[in-house]
Design a protein around this ligand. Structure first.
Ligand SMILES: Nc1nc2c(ncn2[C@@H]2O[C@H](COP(=O)(O)OP(=O)(O)OP(=O)(O)O)[C@@H](O)[C@H]2O)c(=O)[nH]1
Length: 370
């Protein structure tokens, strides 16, 4: 794990956007083909009227236009989604008005199949918005249909009265159900996000924003598993700031904290994106180097020592570090590996600090040698 990872939130939003774009494109193509097909069938049967012809023609023009906007990214997706919803709502409203009030169309042509798509509009409203905006949109659509059908329903019972009442009641029930489920899903998503944030907090060191000791141990355990299963080698560097107590005593605890935080940042200059660093505790850090031999790790540790000593981390005071380097060996467990790195680090301190020492063997006695 590296500090320089891409923001997962950004990338997941990008994927969601791409997914939406793809789904919208498919819906537009299917809707366009369906209206072409229906138009052709009705022309062939001779049942198409002038008004229906206009509706079909509008459909045939509208869908490719929206398709081009989505495909060429000419306007935000939100605009296309709302346009589709408004367009379909108006088509259904037109069909409903004709069915209820036009003696010719109401009697000769059954327009109900067209405006029976109304429930789909409510679902679409909730799909393109959250539970609040979905509710607002679908209530606006329902209000339009209630407005259209009310004069009809207030007259003495007519042929379509029952059907219209049923449609409006089903609409109300459907909107309530969609609102309930969308709200439930929203709460679930928020709870999931909170869980993710808590997990992230539980694994992160507050001062340096690096993986904390627990997380670092689990990263090392993962590498150990990879080593025992696939033979992928790796090495560890245990890094300790030299005379850190003196920094605290001389400049104050606050400067000590700043030094730790600055070191955590500076270490990244010499790490690969596949390397990982975690705060082990106090002024100690563990660097995990996957696919890295002991000699390569020693070279990296030497570079690190030189890089930290090259210029002060905080103020004018030069800070140095001591590193213990250990490469994974077949007999190692998490404890022996860390113990070897720790011994090597103390050997580096004993040898004068500002240096890296490697641990060459895990045999009894745990030897450390430069
Ligand atoms: N400011 C600050 N100090 C810390 C933190 N964690 C540990 N310390 C202090 O770091 C000091 C570590 O001192 P020692 O273990 O004696 O080591 P050292 O002074 O670095 O000496 P060597 O390791 O032998 O070079 C202790 O005084 C701790 O209180 C921290 O998060 N912030």
């Amino acid at each position: 794990m590296s500090q320089q990872q891409a923001n997962p939130w950004d990338s997941s939003q990008l994927v969601a956007e791409q997914l939406k774009r793809g789904v919208l494109t498919i819906i537009l193509v299917l809707a366009w083909l369906a209206s072409l097909f229906a138009w052709g069938i009705m022309e062939w049967q001779g049942t198409v009227s002038t008004v229906l012809r206009v509706v079909f023609a509008l459909n045939v023009i509208f869908h490719p236009t929206m398709f081009a906007i989505v495909w060429r990214r000419l306007l935000p997706l939100r605009f296309v989604e709302l346009s589709c919803l408004v367009f379909a709502t108006l088509i259904c409203a037109g069909c409903m008005a004709l069915h209820l009030y036009s003696p010719t169309y109401g009697a000769d042509i059954d327009l109900r199949p067209l405006y029976l798509w109304i429930p789909v509009l409510y679902v679409f409203a909730f799909v393109i918005g959250d539970h609040k905006s979905g509710l607002r949109l679908s209530l606006a659509i329902l209000a339009l249909y209630v407005g259209i059908s009310l004069p009809y329903l207030l007259t003495p019972p007519q042929p379509a009265t029952n059907f219209t009442i049923q449609l409006l009641v089903v609409s109300g029930v459907l909107i309530s159900a969609l609102h309930f489920f969308a709200g439930y899903q929203g709460r679930f998503q928020r709870a999931q996000l909170t869980m993710d944030e808590l997990t992230q907090l539980a694994h992160t060191d507050v001062l340096t924003q690096l993986p904390n000791r627990r997380r670092t141990m689990s990263m090392i355990e993962t590498e150990l598993t990879r080593f025992s299963r696939y033979g992928h080698t790796f090495s560890l560097i245990l890094l300790d700031i030299d005379h850190f107590k003196a920094i605290n005593d001389q400049f104050g605890h606050h400067v000590g904290d700043q030094t730790i935080a600055a070191l955590a940042m500076r270490v990244h200059d010499v790490l690969r994106t596949t390397d990982a660093i975690g705060r082990w505790g106090g002024e100690e850090f563990v660097i995990l180097l996957p696919e890295t031999t002991l000699d390569e790790a020693k070279h990296k540790a030497d570079t690190l020592c030189a890089h930290i000593a090259a210029r002060p981390l905080v103020g004018n005071h030069t800070t140095t570090i001591s590193c213990g380097v250990a490469g994974i060996e077949s007999a190692d467990t998490l404890d022996t590996l860390l113990q070897r790195a720790d011994n090597a680090m103390y050997a580096a301190k004993a040898a004068g600090r500002n240096r890296a020492v490697i641990s060459r063997t895990s045999n009894a006695g745990v030897a450390a040698a430069e």
